[in-house]
Design a protein around this ligand. Structure first.
Ligand code: NAP
Length: 246
């Protein structure tokens, strides 16, 4: 499905991003991963993709640094000759009640989750326009739709990603560039591994499906949204949350 396509996946070293990168590679795409370091997990993901017979390269790129992002996207164009797909998945949490939240807690989450998504998208839109096509998926969160006590910084960043997605969709639809958001509920990754058993049980009770989702369940939707089958879908926000927020 993605033969001869190149995808940038930010946050592709592990979790949902790695699942998206591997899913696209299984369907023929070459993959450029942006992550903060050459971690063991990043190397493992690159190895998995290479073993599938696809080209894969890790770019150490802090998405909250606009200059670094511009340089890395230019490097990807040099290395792969074109970019066709962007999945913005890099994200962090710094959960606290607002009264306890430091300026750094607010900046770190907004800078990575929202500004990072904006910087990488901005850097990719020019190559997308040159080749008259591009597919963007931004990984938001149900929390950006419903709010969540203890996550004011994170919910604001994800609500921002949703507004950004809809605006990019309107700005570039006529250029054959689509931009959609996925809003996952609770997904089994390092991000949710910090929850204790009581928290997990209480959360599951509130999810109609009575379980957390798997990263692959988000990746399946991402792969559909960046496929030609979804060419007339843009500006959408689709939840993958087991019915948590209906
Ligand atoms: P994760 O396992 O913690 O992975 C986070 C990823 O983001 C890693 O690849 C990490 O790279 C990368 N990253 C963090 N800060 C970065 C930065 N400044 N520059 C570049 N890369 C950076 O998280 P996840 O659960 O897979 O989450 C992926 C996305 O889904 C996030 O945007 C998250 O907000 C969203 N989401 C997750 C859930 C959930 O329940 N898990 C629910 C809703 C939405 P390193 O490996 O180098 O640290």
């Amino acid at each position: 499905m993605f033969t001869d396509k190149t995808a940038i996946v930010t946050g592709g070293s592990r979790g949902i991003g790695a699942a998206c990168a591997i899913k696209l590679a299984k369907e023929g795409a070459d993959i450029a991963i942006f992550a903060t370091s050459e971690s063991a997990k990043a190397k493992e993901t690159i190895d998995t993709i290479t073993k599938l017979g696809r080209k894969a390269k890790l770019y150490v790129c802090d998405v909250s640094n606009m200059e670094a992002v511009t340089n890395c996207v230019n490097e990807v164009v040099k290395d792969f000759s074109h970019i066709d797909i962007l999945i913005n998945c890099a994200g962090v949490t710094r959960d606290k009640l607002l009264l306890q939240m430091s300026g750094d807690d607010i900046d770190a989450v907004i800078d990575t989750n929202l500004k990072g998504c904006m910087y990488v998208t901005k850097a990719c839109v020019r190559p997308f326009m040159r080749q008259k096509s591009g597919k963007i998926v931004n990984i938001a969160s149900v929390v950006g739709l419903m709010g969540n006590a203890g996550q004011t910084n994170y919910a604001a960043s994800k609500a921002g990603v949703i507004g950004f997605t809809k605006s990019v969709a309107k700005e570039y639809a006529a250029k054959n560039i689509t931009c959609n958001a996925i809003a996952p509920g609770f997904i089994c990754t390092d991000m949710t591994a910090a929850l204790n058993d009581d928290q997990v049980a209480a959360i599951k009770e509130g999810i109609p499906a009575k379980r957390f989702g798997e990263a692959g369940e988000v990746a399946s939707l991402a792969a559909f949204l960046v496929s030609d089958a979804a060419s007339y879908i843009t500006g959408e926000v689709i939840k993958v949350d087991g019915g948590m927020y209906i």
